[in-house]
Design a protein around this ligand. Structure first.
Ligand SMILES: [Zn+2]
Length: 135
């Protein structure tokens, strides 16, 4: 995912935008029942850091495995997910939410432009009709 979806250049505004999507993704992860809540909680911090700074922990993490100790040793009690894996999922979902909203804004803008164009055409027709009446 490129930076196309970064809505604002200002760092603090950008952080707020990211926080909103990150929070939505976090809530979803919390309520899905697949993960341990305390790990989801820790994953939020990691996900937010990755979204705002691009920094990720020094582990090889995929959606299916991680090289951290927690995952390697704790597969039995962490339901198969460490905080890094959950963070990855939160980041992906947050970006999906961001993308969806970005596309929605573009669609709405296009619809608005189309409406404006039709208004303009109707106005031009009306002008021509008036001009004919007067002429
Ligand atoms: Zn891990």
């Amino acid at each position: 995912m490129s930076e196309t979806y970064v809505i604002a250049k200002d760092k603090s505004i950008r952080a707020r935008v990211y926080a909103r999507y990150c929070m939505a993704a976090y809530n979803r992860a919390k309520s899905c029942g697949k993960f341990e809540i305390k790990r989801v909680h820790r994953a939020f911090g990691l996900a937010f850091k990755e979204l705002t700074t691009g920094e990720t922990p020094d582990y090889q993490t995929t959606m299916k495995s991680c090289t951290c100790k927690d995952y390697q040793l704790g597969k039995r009690w962490n339901r198969g997910f460490c905080k890094h894996m959950i963070a990855k999922m939160i980041v992906r979902r947050a970006k999906d939410y961001m993308h969806d909203e970005h596309m929605k804004v573009i669609r709405e803008k296009k619809a608005e432009e189309e409406k404006e164009r039709k208004r303009l055409v109707a106005f031009q027709i009306e002008l021509r009709r008036k001009a004919l009446e007067l002429g």
